[in-house]
Write a protein that binds this ligand. Structure first.
Ligand SMILES: Nc1ncnc2c1ncn2[C@@H]1O[C@H](COP(=O)(O)OP(=O)(O)OP(=O)(O)O)[C@@H](O)[C@H]1O
Ligand SMILES: [Mg+2]
Length: 270
């Protein structure tokens, strides 16, 4: 089972869009996929057609300490989506308070990891949608995963923002002895601009072979499909958005075959 967190503390850089559409693309390849929604905004939950206000068993129950009357196993909260092979562990707004409640709990970084490891669920991929912060919910996701996909929108300050993220990964490696592989996905790309090429050069120099060859172009079908509560490959299969995410899924599948060397991301200052 491959566990991949989709993260970046910056908001609006297509973490959720990637979770949903990479998940659906892997599901089309007949892999069994679970999306875990770790964002109190519950956008993955919404984007897969569920109304968060009607969710009463959520990932929050899994993060509760085992002695709590509200604690549930991950398998108790997973629901299938209308896309075959694709399930979700949903979130709702109640998750927002968890940042504060977990803060003084022993082993607070590890609740999601323990929840996944304890569950007897049979999935090929777990994709974790992170909130736009480096708080305890994101740390739980990073601790639970073996791989991280950082989504980057190619604009002028994109790489500056990523510095803080890389430092968080270093902190995890040193303090929590946990070192997932980082991969970078360029999203929301407008390839016609000079700025795009400049920023791509910079990203490739910094992350080198850790950058996916697939680039996700700007495509309105991606935004529209989320608002209809379905992945883009069901909404508009011929769109560039659908093709880009199917191509990304192929690369993600290939990565497993390559068995990447651990800890290759560079830690030099930007
Ligand atoms: N390739 C794309 N082309 C056009 N619109 C896109 C694309 N990817 C994402 N979007 C749109 O951009 C907005 C932000 O995307 P998304 O919600 O996936 O980002 P996010 O990083 O999950 O945001 P947050 O940090 O708030 O969780 C959404 O309205 C989404 O529909
Ligand atoms: Mg999101």
């Amino acid at each position: 089972m491959r566990i991949i967190a989709i993260a970046n503390q910056k908001g609006g850089v297509a973490k959720t869009t990637t979770c949903i559409n990479l998940g659906a693309s892997l599901a089309i390849h007949a892999f069994r996929v679970l999306i875990i929604d770790m964002d109190p905004q519950a956008h993955s939950t919404l984007g897969l057609g569920f109304e968060p206000n009607e969710i009463n068993k959520s990932i929050l129950n899994v993060l509760e300490p085992p002695r709590s009357p509200f604690h549930l196993e991950l398998s108790d909260i997973v629901i299938p989506t209308r896309t075959p092979n694709l399930s979700i562990a949903p979130a709702n707004i109640d998750l927002a308070g968890e940042e504060y409640r977990l803060i003084d709990k022993l082993g607070r970084e590890d609740f999601l990891n323990v929840g996944i490891q304890k569950s007897q669920l049979q999935f090929d991929f777990i994709l974790i949608d992170c909130p736009p912060s480096l708080g305890i919910l994101t740390i739980n996701a990073l601790k639970a995963c073996r791989e991280v996909i950082v989504t980057i929108q190619p604009h002028f300050f994109a790489l500056r923002g990523i510095q803080e993220f890389v430092e968080t990964m270093e902190m995890m490696r040193e303090n929590l002895k946990h070192n997932p592989d980082i991969h970078v996905l360029v999203t929301l790309a407008d390839v016609r601009t000079n700025l795009f090429r400049e920023v791509m050069d910079e990203i490739s120099k910094y992350f080198r072979e850790k950058t996916f060859k697939t680039i996700i172009h700007k495509n309105i079908a991606l935004a529209e499909s989320s608002s209809h509560g379905i992945p883009v490959m069901e909404y508009e299969p011929e769109s560039s958005g659908a093709q880009d995410y199917l191509s990304l899924a192929k690369e993600v599948i290939e990565l497993e075959k390559e068995k990447p060397e651990k800890g290759l991301f560079r830690t030099n200052r930007l």
